[in-house]
Design a protein. Structure first.
Length: 53
């Protein structure tokens, strides 16, 4: 978990230093979709999630 927090801090530092704030919503969306796919991979609701996309 500590590595994940360090990764978030590094990404924020990059966005802050380069003034690329418009990338933040893209990164957040990709992370949320990735976690959705990982958590629903072996569950009962997986077929319902896949029909949305």
């Amino acid at each position: 978990m500590e590595d994940f927090i360090d990764l978030i801090k590094d990404i924020w530092a990059f966005l802050n230093e380069r003034k690329k704030y418009w990338l933040a919503p893209l990164v957040i969306t990709l992370v949320l979709l990735g976690t959705l796919i990982v958590f629903t991979q072996g569950s009962v609701i997986a077929p319902f999630i896949y029909t949305l996309f």
